[in-house]
Structures are given as C-alpha cells and as structure tokens.
Design a binder for this molecule. Structure first.
Ligand code: SER
Length: 885
C-alpha cells in the first residue's frame, strides 16, 4: 500500500462513519499564538474542544501537517538517529467534539487497524492511563479494549502521565490517552529482561494515539473540565506506512526513499553503507521536507521565532551535507524530490517551488560565509590550547553567539582534533545570556521606572484572532498619576498595559483602537482603548477587580461585536475609495479617514460637491461589490513589490520595508495595516449619509454599514409607518398626499393673508374717520402688518385721499425687519415733507431712508420699536407744523 493509499483509506474510513473531512491547517496556525507550529491534528480544533467556538461538524477527520521542533513536542535532536523521529510529519486523526467518546473511538481504531488495514491482532498491544495525581486510572478504556478488541490482559499496559496523558503545550486541551503499539518482531528485542512496548522502543512502534480529551489546561496549571468530553486521535502517517510496507524504518518507505536517493546522489554516498553517513542522509531528507513545507506556508529565514526555526533546520541540513563532504550548495538538488513526491497532495509545494529553492540557495551562501569564519576561529583556539585540551566555555560561547558557529559542528571538529569542549562552561554562559535577555524584558516599574523608555515589542495577532490566552504583561504604568509609584493600581483607576502578544488593534490609519477585557488571576480590567504609545501598543485598562502584576499572564479578549463593526467599516472604506476613483476620477486622493464602529468618514481631494446622481452611482458600485461577496486578501510583501502591483499608498505616509497589502479582487488594492472582513458580503448594506466640503478642494463623505445601515433602515421604516398612520394613506401615496396637502396649505395661507390685509385696511379706514388732529393737521398713524409693500403704498394713498388733508404714517413688520411709510397730502407737503419725516422716524427703528415730500419709505433693523416710532410721529408732525406757522 502506498502512502497515498493510506491517507485515502483513513479519510474514507472515517467519512463512512459520518466524519467531515477537514483540510490540514497551515504549519503556522492562523489563530494560535501559543504555538510556534502545528504539532498535532487537534491544534486547529482547539477552540472547538474548549467550547469557545462551534465546530464545523460534530465529527471530523484530517491529515495534518505537523512540525515538532520546539516546546513540549520537540524531536529535533533525535532526527536521523532513530528510525522514526521527524521534524515534519503528517498526522492522520479523527475527532469528536462532544459527540462520540471512548467506546466508538476504541472500536473504530481497532476495526481500522486489525480489520481494514489487516495488521495481525496478535502483534498489537495497547497502553492506557494508569493514574496519577492529576487524574485516576482509565479503567473504562482498559475494559473497552478487552471487550471490543478481545485483547488479553497482558497486552494491555497501564502507564503513567509521561506516556499516557497528552498535552498540546503548556496550555490547551488535554486528557488521558491510550496508544496502539505494533510489534515489529522478536528479533529486535533488547537483550535482557521482559520485552513490552514500555521497555522496548526498538521492537514496538507506537502507531496510534487516542486521546480522551477531558480537560483544558490553564495558564496557571489548573485543569478545568471541558464542557463535553471529546476525542482526538493521532496516527503518524510515516509510521503506519512503514508498518504496512513491512519496513522497520520510516525512512525505508515511499515517503522518504526518493529524497534519500536525491541526497545520496549529490553526496556520492550510497544509503545503507556507512551508519554515520546514513544519519546525515536521513537528517537531510527529513529537513528538506520541513524546509519545503515551512517556506510553502510562508515562513522565511530570520533571527527569531519561526524564521529562526527554519534557519536552524536549514543550517543543520547544510552541516550534515558538509559532513558528507559535499562542497557548495546542494539542497536545491534535494528539495525537488520533496516537491515531486508530495506536490500532488500539497499543491502549495508546487506553487512555492521557486521560493523554496531560492531560500535554500541563499541560506547556503550565508552559511558558508558564517561557518568559515567561525570554523577558522575555532581552529585557531584549538591551536592555542596549552595544558588540558579543553576549549573553554567562554570561547565556545563567543563563537556560537557572535559568529553563529553551531555547537554540533564544534563538537564534530573537536572530536576530529581530539580535544574536549567545556560544555558546562558554555551552558553557564548561555544561562547568563538568557538572564540578561530576561532582565531587559522585565517591565518592572514601567516605562518611567526600571528599564524606562525602552520600546516594548508586542506581537500583534489581532488579524487572526480576537483572543489570546496567556498573554504576558511586560510593562504597565498607572495613567494620570504623575510620578506616583505606578503599580498596583486600585479599582476604578486606569493603567496603561503592554503585553508580549495582543489581539488588540491600536488606533492607526484612521481605524479606532479596540476595546475589550483583560482577565488574569486575581485581576480583571476593561480595555477602554488601545493606542500607539511612545513605547508601543498600549492598552488603556480600567481596573475592575484585583491587582495587575508585571509578568503575570492574562487572557486578552477583544470586544468582538465592536471589532466586527469596525472591520465592516474599514473594508467599506476601501470599496468607497476605489469607487470614488472609478466614478469621480483618478485624481481623487484620500485626505484622511475615520473608521469607527458606528460609521466611516472619508475625506478626499476634489474641487466641487458631488451631485446626487454621482453619490447614488458610488453607493451602487460599492453595494455591487458587497453583493459580489468578494474575498478580501491581506498579504505581506516588500514595499517595492507592493507598489509595483499598483497598490494605493498614502502620500506622506511612512512605510517600512515590509508592508501589508489588502486587496479586494482587482477592484481595490491598498497598503493597509487595519482589520478587514474576510469577504465583502459581511459588510451588509453600504449607505452614504452625508457629503459636504470641509476645506477648499476637500470633500467629506460619511457612510454607514452593517447594523448601522439596518438601524437606519429601521428608523426610516418607523418614520414611514408613522406618516402612513398620520396621513391615513398607504406608503405609495405618501408623497402625492403630502404634495396635495402642501398645496392646500399654501392656498389657505394665501387666503388667510388676504383676510388679514383686508381687516387691517378696514380698521385703518375706520380710524381715518376720526383721525387725530394735531395743531390743525389730521394725522393717521398705525400698523399695517401683513401687507406687502405695494399694498401698503396703495393703502396709504387711499387713506390720504380719505383724509383730504393730512399725514399718513404706516409701520410694518416684515419678518426681522421694520418698514415705515409716510404719505402727505399736497397742501401740507411744504410744512411736513414726507421724506424728512420718514428719515427721522427710521432712526428709531435702526435704519434710514427718505423720498419725496408726498411719499417716502424707510427700513430698519428693529421692528420691536415700530410702535415707539409711530408714537413719535405725532410729536414730529406737531413740531413741524408749529414751526411753519
Ligand atoms: N494529539 C494527540 C497526539 O498528537 C493525538 O492526536 O498524539
């Protein structure tokens, strides 16, 4: 059976039993900063086990890419020296999320192994958990193995926590386990004593591990029961393939032989001839696989974290190449065998082939330069040794630390030259250096105190996850208390916290900072804002309970709903930007933006206001892209590459060498560090709510999305409903009804106006009958509010005629203004000229004017003093008449 057939058969077997087949996650898990690399099939389901996320299906099966080079599961040192340790391997697994448990898991495992795969039952052994301080012995599993598999008691071993309690890492789901072992043959038995899977690793190979997930291990070491017991099984593809192909070493299977052949060819050494050379060939074959998969999953060599692991693996492979006597670069001739063998199952290998080869070449060049210096210096040091032939630890450490000379290589050289290495001294130096590194990390009294002013590096993981369990507080200081000792702060106080890892987005690029909570042992705080402080990502935390200590672990959890709203508005902003450029023109440049949970605001350069038609077109185009549900992709790349692809960069913005490019199909491509939807469909409805000018040449639009649009839609519907009931017409008639009513209202107003004018006129006519007589002159003064200027003039004329001889003074309020009119009969024009009189009165209402002696008008700003002016008119007329006698 080929390895391909084994994969297929395994997945088919569990698909037939109602399992959803889930593809492998990448080696770098998108949602779990607690793991450097995937190390088991269950990793990608971690949150489904703990109940934090609903699983895609109650049962699942997968073939997972795994790498065990660090942390709890680290096989690096054994690789090549044993028949079945690897850095990279594939794990077959079936999983139950609170669905089936031990009986089914054990039953199916047996059916597959002893039935479908046809392994002879008398060669199979199992182990179960024998109990420890953490949990009792797993008697149930033991009983089930007897019942289901009919295994005799002597082939069921009880082992301790070390062997039969599985943990993912220092935190995460865990539980007792049960392993199936296969007996490769009596001839492999160790020389003396009893031979069982517990004592004889050479003879027995563990092929399948069934974990009965029951607990969640917390950061503080506590075991919390999971919401429901789950199943997690793992069977190494390389091991089961070896067993099925009748091989005693995984390296003798179809998974490795082609790679070993390629390596042997380059080295000019036949595999199986010299044990020491075989170790090196196996290391190269194993590491070539790890390198290919790491690069295909986006890891590049670097000096820390994942990039360092890749570099380390590459260097080990290169080193073993040298041991085989290979000169010059060679990995690029081995790795193609990996791509060839696994590319059909893992297309990412084919897609990244060129990158994998290029990285191998570059690292080999780099290694050659580094190692030759380190080696020369080591030779020199050895040459200088006098007395005891021991290379001092300090010297060794210097070569290791400064010149990157790998200790492995130093060991080999020392062995050849017949000298010893002071490894203890080396360890001491290493420990000292670790201590120095640790000290520089201590947050102590925060930025103002010990280690003050130092930038606190925080890994931002908020693009992939909204929750980090076990984030470490690396520095903290109280906010707004000057030089007071910063910690601890009490309830109700605000503290600025720096974490080593955070899902919280700090305000930048227009996107507001995240809010949420931090929970630790004896501590709970509300993150009210996240900002980019002078020292890095700063969580503004309102203490709700307990005290926060530097170095303590906390769970950092972002307010999910709020972040979702922000994401929608951010992706919508990119769509809006692209739509503006398409519809308004490519001269449109972003001049500022705000991405908040409740709205988005976008300022851009443009010379004029946008017509309603244009706004409607923009809105339509954006919504079209939303309905298209296009994927939103974020990629990291070099700035030059990004600009070459036409990504929109903001003028005047500073970018690093590596940038993040967010693209939505061919429609939008922008440099952006913000958080986005996975697909445009998540935005919901996009609605422009405002367009206006904010400065010359700069326009501002505001828009809403998602639940903001829904809320607005609801409000609008509510308004329409109220109007329907107020106007008693269905919605389709609302506009016509309002128009009809407005027309009627206008007609009524006009009629009212006419009525008012008539009654004003009538009243004044009436008063003309009995006009006041001052110094023998008839004077009629009064208000003519409600009349227009023409009507007023006509009225004045009529009144003048009615008086036959006299003076008419009319005052009118016209909105915020006052107007006055004076009409004088011909006989009196010399004594009381209208223009003169009106000018005098206008002064009282804050204005001016004038005119002819018979008729004159004036305006003023103060209508409240009209009556006063009319009163004063009498006196003014009297004065003039008296003067002219
Ligand atoms: N998680 C367990 C393991 O890795 C079973 O899948 O062995």
């Amino acid at each position: 059976m080929t390895s391909r057939e084994v994969r297929r058969l395994f997945l088919d077997f569990f698909a037939e039993r109602g399992h959803r087949i889930i593809p492998s996650s990448p080696l770098v898990l998108p949602d779990d900063p607690t793991l450097l690399f995937a190390n088991a099939g269950m990793n990608q389901f971690k949150d489904a086990f703990t109940g934090r996320r609903r699983p895609e299906a109650p049962r699942a099966a997968s073939v997972q890419k795994c790498l065990r080079v660090s942390g709890k599961h680290n096989d690096l040192e054994q690789v090549g020296r044993t028949p079945r340790h690897h850095t990279f391997f594939e794990m077959l697994g079936n999983f139950s999320f609170g669905d089936y448990f031990k009986r089914e898991a054990i039953g199916w495992a047996w059916e597959l192994v002893a039935g479908r795969l046809g392994l002879p039952p008398d060669r199979l052994w199992v182990t179960v958990f024998g109990g420890s301080a953490a949990a009792p012995a797993d008697e149930e599993a033991e009983r089930l193995w007897r019942e289901v598999a009919g295994l005799p008691p002597e082939r069921i071993l009880r082992l301790g926590e070390e062997d039969n309690f599985w943990r993912m890492g220092d935190t995460g789901p865990c539980g007792p386990s049960s392993e199936i072992h296969y007996d490769l043959g009596e001839d492999l038995a160790s020389a003396r004593g009893e031979s069982t899977p517990a004592t004889d690793e050479r003879r027995y190979v563990e092929i399948w591990n069934l974990v009965f997930m029951q607990f969640d291990q917390r950061g503080d070491g506590r075991l919390e029961p999971l919401p429901a017991p789950c199943i997690d099984t793992g069977m190494g593809l390389e091991r089961i393939t070896a067993v099925l192909q009748g091989k005693r070493s995984n390296y003798d299977t179809d998974l490795f032989l082609p790679i070993l052949e390629a390596a042997s060819e380059v080295a000019g050494a036949r595999y199986g001839e010299r044990p020491e050379a075989d170790v090196s060939l196996r290391v190269i074959a194993d590491h070539a696989r790890a390198v290919a998969f790491l690069v295909a999953d986006g890891v590049v060599p670097a000096n820390d974290k994942r990039g360092y692991v890749l570099r380390r693996i590459l260097r080990r492979a290169i080193l073993h190449g040298r041991k085989l006597g290979i000169r010059g670069s060679f990995l690029d001739r081995v790795v193609p065998a990996v791509v060839h063998g696994l590319g059909e199952v893992y297309p990412e290998l084919v897609a990244s082939r060129a990158a994998i080869l290029e990285i191998c070449r570059r690292e080999e060049e780099r290694f050659a330069a580094t190692v030759s210096t380190g080696l020369d210096l080591l030779e020199e040091a050895i040459g200088k040794l006098a007395g005891p032939k021991v290379v001092p630890g300090g010297e060794l450490f210097r070569l290791y630390d400064t010149f990157g000379l790998p200790l492995d290589l130093a060991r080999d050289v020392a062995a050849e030259r017949g000298v010893e290495l002071d490894l203890e001294g080396f360890e001491e130096e290493l420990a000292k250096q670790r201590e120095r590194a640790r000290a520089s990390w201590k947050g102590g009294r925060g930025p103002a105190g010990e280690g003050g002013g130092r930038v606190v590096p925080t890994e931002f993981v908020g693009h992939r996850t909204l929750q980090v369990d076990g984030a470490r507080v690396v520095a903290a200081r109280a906010v707004g208390v000057g030089d007071e000792p910063p910690l601890p702060v009490t309830k109700g106080k605000e503290v600025a916290v720096h974490l080593d890892t955070t899902p919280f987005y700090a305000e930048a690029g227009g996107q507001v900072g995240d809010t949420g909570i931090l929970i630790g042992r004896n501590f709970r705080g509300r993150v009210v804002d996240t900002v980019r402080g002078p020292l890095g990502i700063e969580h503004r935390v309102l203490v709700e309970e307990g005290e926060l200590e530097v170095n303590q672990l906390v769970r950092a959890e972002v307010d999910r709903d709020r972040r979702d709203s922000i994401r929608r508005n951010h992706t919508a902003t990119h769509l809006l930007h692209a739509a503006l450029r398409e519809i308004v023109g490519p001269h449109v440049k972003q001049a500022g933006s705000l991405v908040a949970p409740d709205r988005l605001r976008f300022d851009f350069s443009h010379f004029a206001g946008l017509a309603d038609r244009t706004l409607a077109d923009i809105e339509e185009l954006v919504n079209e892209k939303i309905l298209g549900d296009e994927p939103v992709l974020a990629e990291e790349m070099g700035l030059d590459d990004a600009l070459r692809t036409g990504a929109v960069a903001l003028f005047g913005e500073k970018y690093g060498d590596r940038v993040r490019v967010v693209s939505i199909g061919d429609f939008s491509r922008e440099l952006c560090g913000g958080t986005h939807c996975e697909r445009t469909g998540e935005i919901g409805l996009f609605k422009l709510v405002q367009e206006r000018g904010v400065a010359s040449g700069t326009r501002r639009v505001e828009a809403i999305t998602g639940e903001g649009s829904l809320e607005r839609f609801r409000q609008t519907a509510e308004i329409v409903r109220s109007l329907e009931s107020l106007l008693a017409v269905p919605r389709e008639d609302l506009v016509a009804e309002v128009e009809r009513r407005l027309a009627r209202l206008r007609a009524l107003e006009r009629q009212l106006q006419r009525e008012r004018a008539r009654s004003v006129k009538e009243a004044l006519y009436e008063r003309a009958e009995s006009a006041q007589v001052i110094e023998g002159v008839k004077v009629l003064s009064g208000r003519a509010d409600g009349l227009d200027p023409q009507e007023t003039r006509e009225l004045a004329d009529a009144l003048r005629r009615k008086l036959r001889s006299g003076v008419v003074i009319l005052g009118r309020r016209e909105g915020p203004k006052a107007s006055l009119l004076v009409a004088v009969t011909e006989d009196l024009q010399g004594r009381v000229p209208a223009g003169e009189l009106v000018r005098e009165l206008a002064g009282i209402v804050g204005g001016g004017g004038g005119g002819k002696p018979d008729l004159a008008e004036a305006g003023g700003r103060d209508p409240s003093r009209l009556d006063e002016a009319l009163e004063a008119a009498l006196e003014a007329v009297a004065r003039r008449v008296a003067a002219s006698v």
